[in-house]
Ligand binder design. Sequence first.
Ligand SMILES: [Zn+2]
Length: 108
Amino acid sequence: MPADSAPEVPPEAERAGVVAFPQPVCAACGGPREPQKREACSDRCRAALSRRRRAEAETTRQQQTETELAVSRGDLKDAQAVLEAISWLANITLTRLDAPSSKGGHNG
Ligand SMILES: [Zn+2]
């Protein structure tokens, strides 16, 4: 007895989408997110983003420390290599994370 029929829901949500601007995507899972949300589609994704940021920041810090060490030792060649790595990392970080939009306004 095939009494298993899932209720088909018409894709009204998809039809209601606007095509004026590209659909914003979640920076964590890459899925679609509401424009009113910051950068992640859910609290969970936001937490994941925060974690990732911390990890990336820590990696960058480590690279910087290595650079300082190399410079203090006089290994300029090594420092240059590390610097390149840092710029590469920074590029990725900047690409992945939205630039913090500074709000210009005076209150009171
Ligand atoms: Zn998400």
